[in-house]
Design a protein around this ligand. Structure first.
Ligand code: TRP
Length: 353
């Protein structure tokens, strides 16, 4: 049996078990840092799947503004960035009526739980966290304690809602493993309050979105010219796509495609009609393909795909009354769940005098 099948069965069983115990939907929690712009990889790798989750689970989707402070202490642009992330989430289909869409710093209980968990986190394990080592290398003049305890704050975000599923990418797996360790220590020391959170693996729904330069995936901060952002204008989209690497074309029928050509096809499959993709596929196999036409088609289909999301996000981003309403509504839902958990936490910790 493939790993994703096992994951699926384990998940189905755990969901069934949790629901039968509590008669409630299982809880999903995830966070996104308001640093950098959302791109096509975030859309197909995360947002699109979050949108499906919100119908099936009780979802908490959070903008991690406190986490941003560990690397971006200057808060001049923070408010705009938080607004943008919330707007982009809604434009991608997150429904604030269904999911709790909120801002981390609005939930003070997070900071309290973070403090308690810090007493259960050891220097040694924090220092050897991959993301800590990477970030410390990038900012040698600001290796602050917040950076060191980043995974503790993330654990607080998750277990504050007693969430069981955390849809995140591979780069967050170590943080989740640490969350489980903190949960085990807490439960063992004070009493069973928290379930152990697991990565929600989308299995076959997880699409990799290649970058336009044929090296790796689209990225929030690196290779910006090879990444399509949801905020890119039509012209920028066209320019980036037309710059994608190609060559002089296949020299014999039915040749395997080089990586960078395969990537263009892969991107096309995400946004173009299947007949369009098929026709270029046939042309490739027959050696009659013209890469200029391929890229022009992809550019136009990308524009068709991204423009409505960008325009919707832009309309929301500039509507500050609406944004405030959404964040208040999200915070209210998140706070209700946080207050309930913290009542239990203080009780089992004996902080009830
Ligand atoms: N660390 C995550 C990232 O860099 C963001 C994050 C903060 C998060 N809190 C979280 C993710 C809680 C999942 C759950 O992307």
């Amino acid at each position: 049996m493939r790993e994703s099948n096992i994951g699926f069965l384990a998940r189905a069983f755990l969901n069934y078990y949790l629901r039968s115990m509590t008669n409630k939907k299982a809880i999903v929690m995830s966070g996104i840092r308001p640093t950098g712009f959302l791109h096509l990889g975030n859309y197909f790798g995360a947002m699109r799947n979050y949108v499906k989750l919100q119908d099936e689970y009780t979802c908490f989707f959070m903008v991690a503004d406190l986490h941003a402070l560990t690397t971006h202490p200057d808060t001049k642009e923070l408010k705009d960035n938080v607004h943008r992330v919330i707007a982009e989430n809604i434009a991608c289909g997150i429904d604030p009526e269904k999911a709790a869409l909120y801002c981390q710093s609005h939930i003070k209980e997070t900071s309290e739980l973070y403090l308690y968990l810090n007493m259960l986190a050891y220097m040694g394990e924090l220092e050897k966290t991959t993301t800590f080592k990477d970030k410390a290398r990038l900012q040698p003049d600001n290796i602050n304690a917040g950076l060191l305890t980043y995974p503790v704050l993330q654990a607080a975000d998750i277990i504050l809602h007693r969430a069981t599923w955390v849809p995140v990418g591979k780069d967050q797996e170590q943080h989740l493993e640490m969350s489980r360790n903190f949960v085990k220590r807490f439960n063992h020391r004070y009493g069973e309050v928290f379930p152990e959170p697991l990565a929600y693996n989308f299995g076959k729904d997880l699409v990799k979105v290649p970058s336009l330069d044929g090296t790796g995936k689209m990225s929030k901060s690196e290779n910006q010219l090879a990444t399509l952002y949801l905020a890119d204008s039509d012209d920028v989209i066209r320019k980036k796509v037309m710059k994608a690497k190609t060559d002089s074309g296949p020299t014999a029928p039915n040749m395997p495609k080089p990586d960078y050509i395969e990537n263009i096809f892969q991107l096309m499959k995400l946004v173009s009609d299947s007949e369009v993709v098929d026709s270029f596929e046939v042309a490739y196999q027959a050696c009659t393909i013209r890469y200029g036409d391929l890229k022009k088609q992809l550019a136009e289909d990308m524009v068709q795909f991204i423009a409505p999301i960008r325009e919707k996000a832009e309309a929301i981003r500039t509507d500050h009354d609406y944004l405030k309403k959404v964040m208040d509504q999200g915070a209210e839902k998140a706070r209700a769940s946080a207050v309930a958990t913290m009542g239990l936490v203080r009780e089992v910790m004996g902080l009830n005098y």
